[in-house]
Write a protein that binds this ligand. Structure first.
Ligand SMILES: [Zn+2]
Length: 127
């Protein structure tokens, strides 16, 4: 039996049963939490295209790609904990996800940081 790696998003599911289908564009994340988790996985996997695609259109800027690449190159993502979600269900247009992401630089000796954020998600038609 092949051991399948767990999804980076911390769901305890296998990657192929979890965020991979969203990153590959086979399905759209159905909830704000799933979207948030898939974006974390995209950071972890270095999937810049997915990060840009799933960003709120008004926030997309020309520099995003380079900034994202730089962040991804210099960050080792260590784990994600979803603390709280408000709305953001399959039928909601909006949702808020509060989460903590742990990360550090690439060196093992780098200090570990925590990113604690409440992110707003908006569902766009046809996405
Ligand atoms: Zn996942």
């Amino acid at each position: 039996m092949l051991l399948q790696p767990f999804c980076p998003c911390g769901s305890q599911s296998r990657y192929i049963d979890c965020c991979e289908m969203y990153l590959r564009g086979k399905a759209s994340a159905p909830t704000a939490e799933a979207l948030m988790r898939s974006r974390y996985s995209a950071y972890s996997k270095g999937d810049v295209e997915y990060l840009i695609q799933t960003q709120y259109p008004k926030k997309r800027k020309k520099t995003d790609r380079q900034m994202l690449l730089k962040t991804i190159e210099n960050t080792h993502w260590m784990g994600l904990t979803v603390l709280k979600t408000q709305k953001g269900g399959p039928d909601d247009r909006r949702g808020i996800v509060e989460f903590v992401a742990q990360y550090r630089g690439l060196a093992l000796t780098d200090p570990i940081y925590q990113l604690h954020e409440r992110s707003r998600f908006v569902k766009e038609d046809g996405l």
